[in-house]
Design a protein around this ligand. Structure first.
Ligand SMILES: C[S@@+](CC[C@H](N)C(=O)[O-])C[C@H]1O[C@@H](n2cnc3c(N)ncnc32)[C@H](O)[C@@H]1O
Length: 293
């Protein structure tokens, strides 16, 4: 979906120089393809993760003057563009969630595969970590997070276990959280081995810690307002809640005459892509063309 999403983004290139926004630089996969595909373009690359921004800054040397790396939440896209003196761009792409590098990096707290501090912030310089969130939220709040973002049927039992455990000692590590979840989740035999019992809770906490749905709503709104007529907005999501938001926003824009939806049905990864990268299996790509407003 990397190539496909970039093709959708750049299909309607304006004459002269175009500026695109990669709202989620990550490891730079999309950035490389966009910069190589549209030789004369400029790319503004954002990421909430300072480590990703450092990689983008290093890459900017390779693309002399064509890549601008900014440490920002894409929710603040309009402010970022104002700061750069850019009114309208030719397209914005969002590749949501977390990168494989973040998932496997020790110390970020995204994975339960190893014991590490329970952080989970995309931007470790800001806001409460997952450990702090679990220490300060009520049992009801924790259950609501796990239910809403994780769609976890054992959300209430997990929240109860977390609160019981934190009475004895704060949950500081991923192993502390896994231990709390272990006793609460009953995996029916047919689901065993398909998905780890901690997967849904970890994903839900990460989404809450980073306020991901709210950022997405704000980011999409800014992208719609700051993309020139004929330009494109594309989004790849890996979570059904996020895909619902993208689909809903794109439809609203179409209904209001602000955009035309290019993907009546979301584009899904090919079998080959899923075989090469199993994490891509839940990916959904949607795109719109912005209309004259
Ligand atoms: C799936 S990765 C992107 C991978 C990238 N497209 C590539 O090809 O390497 C998602 C990235 O988005 C960043 N991110 C998540 N939410 C963000 C937000 N609200 N604002 C800016 N960056 C965000 C994460 O830190 C992560 O680096």
């Amino acid at each position: 979906m990397l190539q496909e999403s970039v093709e959708l983004l750049v299909a309607a290139q304006p004459h002269g120089g175009a500026t695109y926004v990669d709202a989620t630089f990550g490891d730079g996969g999309h950035a490389h393809v966009i910069l190589d595909r549209v030789r004369a373009c400029r790319l503004v690359a954002l990421d909430r993760d300072p480590q990703a921004v450092a990689r983008a800054s290093a890459l900017s040397k390779e693309y002399a003057g064509r890549l601008v790396a900014i440490h920002a939440n894409f929710a603040d896209l309009a402010t970022v563009l104002d700061g750069l003196g850019i009114e309208l761009v030719a397209g914005v792409i969002f590749d949501l969630g977390l990168s494989s590098r973040q998932l496997s990096a020790w110390g970020r707290g995204f994975s339960f595969a190893v014991d590490q501090p329970l952080d989970m912030r995309f931007d470790p310089t800001r806001g409460p970590s997952a450990a702090e969130l679990l220490a300060t939220s009520s049992e009801e709040q924790i259950a609501a997070i796990i239910d809403r973002y994780g769609d976890e049927r054992f959300a209430r039992r997990i929240a109860r276990r977390i609160v019981d455990r934190r009475r004895l000692a704060p949950l500081r590590s991923t192993a502390d959280l896994v231990a709390a979840i272990r006793g609460a989740v009953v995996m029916p035999p047919h689901r065993r081995g398909r998905i780890h019992f901690a997967t849904r809770t970890f994903m839900a906490l990460r989404m809450a810690v980073n306020d991901e749905e709210r950022s997405l709503e704000l980011g999409l709104d800014a992208a719609c307002r700051r993309t020139r007529p004929g330009g494109r907005v594309a989004a790849i999501s890996f979570h059904s809640g996020e895909d619902r938001i993208v689909k809903r926003e794109f439809r609203n824009w179409e209904r209001d005459g602000r955009a035309a939806v290019l993907t009546k049905k979301a584009i899904q990864p090919s079998r080959g892509e899923v075989a090469a990268n199993p994490r891509s299996r839940s990916g959904r790509l949607r795109a719109v063309t912005i209309k004259e407003g």
